[in-house]
Design a protein around this ligand. Structure first.
Ligand code: PEP
Ligand code: MN
Length: 259
C-alpha cells in the first residue's frame, strides 16, 4: 500500500460550500462570501444521490459554467464535487474540477467504486476523497481506498461522514469514531477529513463534532455552507452561512497536527 498523507499544511484543511449548486447566483454569491471569510477550497454537489426519488437531484452539467465563473473571479480557489460514475468523472475532468469525492452511497458498491477508479486512471495527481460507506463496514471503506491506490492515485483521502442507523439518535448519521480510528491504524499515513454536516444533520451539533475531530487530530473538515441555509434545496437544517461558519471555526481549539 502506498497510501501517503500528501497534505503537509499545519492548519486543518477546510473544504466548504453549499450541499448543492442551485443557481448561478446562489453559487457565485456563496463562493464570494466564503472567499471574503478566508476560505479557498469550495465544495458543491452537482449531481445529488438522493435516497428517495422526487427530491432535488442536483442541477447537473449546467453548474460547470457557474463553477468556471467562480474560478475566474477567484483564481486561487479550488473546487470539489461528488462523482458517482465514469461519466461524472469524464465531465468533471473535462471541466477542470480540482478535487473529486466519492459519496457514501457509492462507496458501498465495489463495482461502482471500481468503475470510478478506472475512470481516474492516468490522473494520478488529482485529489480523490472517499466518504465512508453509509453502513458501518470498515472493510468496504478500506476496499474503496485500495481500489484507488491500485490505479495509482497519489492524493487519496478519507472523509468520515457518519453511519446510518435505525436506532433513535441525536445524530443524522452516528459518528462511531472507532471506525475512522481503526481505519487510521490500518493506514497510518492516510489523510483523514471529518464531515460534521452529514453526521450532525442540524447546525446545533456541528461545533461539538468539529471540535472532537480536531481533538482527534483529523487533517481537516468538510462542512456545508450556504448564503441562506434555510432556503437550501438540500440539507437546509445543517448548513451555516459563511460568516457563521467562520465564527464557529474560530471558536474551535486546534492542536497542532502530529501526523
Ligand atoms: C453531500 O456531501 O452532500 C452528500 C450527499 O454526502 P453523503 O454522501 O455523505 O451523504
Ligand atoms: Mn449534503
Amino acid at each position: 500500500m502506498k497510501i501517503k498523507n500528501w497534505y503537509s499544511d499545519k492548519k486543518p484543511w477546510i473544504i466548504t460550500g453549499p450541499c448543492s449548486a442551485e443557481t448561478e447566483d446562489q453559487l457565485l454569491d456563496t463562493v464570494t462570501q466564503l472567499v471574503d471569510n478566508g476560505f479557498d477550497t469550495i465544495r458543491a454537489g452537482v449531481w445529488k444521490p438522493r435516497t428517495r426519488p422526487n427530491s432535488f437531484e442536483g442541477v447537473g452539467e449546467i453548474a460547470f459554467p457557474w463553477i468556471k465563473k467562480a474560478k475566474e473571479k477567484f483564481p486561487h480557489i479550488q473546487f470539489a464535487i461528488e462523482v458517482a460514475s465514469a461519466e461524472h468523472v469524464e465531465l468533471a475532468l473535462k471541466n477542470d474540477i480540482d478535487i473529486l469525492w466519492v459519496g457514501a452511497r457509492t462507496t458501498v458498491n465495489p463495482f461502482n467504486v471500481q468503475e470510478i477508479a478506472d475512470a481516474v486512471r492516468g490522473v494520478e495527481d488529482k485529489p480523490i476523497l472517499i466518504k465512508n460507506p453509509i453502513n458501518p463496514d470498515l472493510a468496504l471503506w478500506m476496499g474503496a481506498l485500495e481500489r484507488f491506490d491500485a490505479v495509482g492515485i497519489k492524493k487519496l483521502g478519507a472523509i468520515h461522514r457518519g453511519f446510518s442507523t435505525y436506532q433513535e439518535s441525536i445524530y443524522r448519521n452516528i459518528p462511531l469514531w472507532q471506525i475512522p480510528i481503526e481505519l487510521k491504524s490500518n493506514f497510518p499515513d492516510l489523510l483523514l477529513i471529518n464531515d460534521p454536516s452529514h453526521i450532525a444533520g442540524k447546525r446545533e451539533l456541528l461545533f461539538e463534532i468539529a471540535q472532537k475531530a480536531m481533538d482527534l487530530q483529523y487533517d481537516g473538515l468538510i462542512i456545508e455552507s450556504h448564503r441562506s441555509p434555510n432556503e437550501a434545496w438540500s440539507d437546509a437544517a445543517q448548513q451555516l452561512t459563511p460568516k457563521a461558519l467562520k465564527e464557529m471555526l474560530d471558536s474551535i481549539k486546534i492542536r497542532e497536527k502530529s501526523f
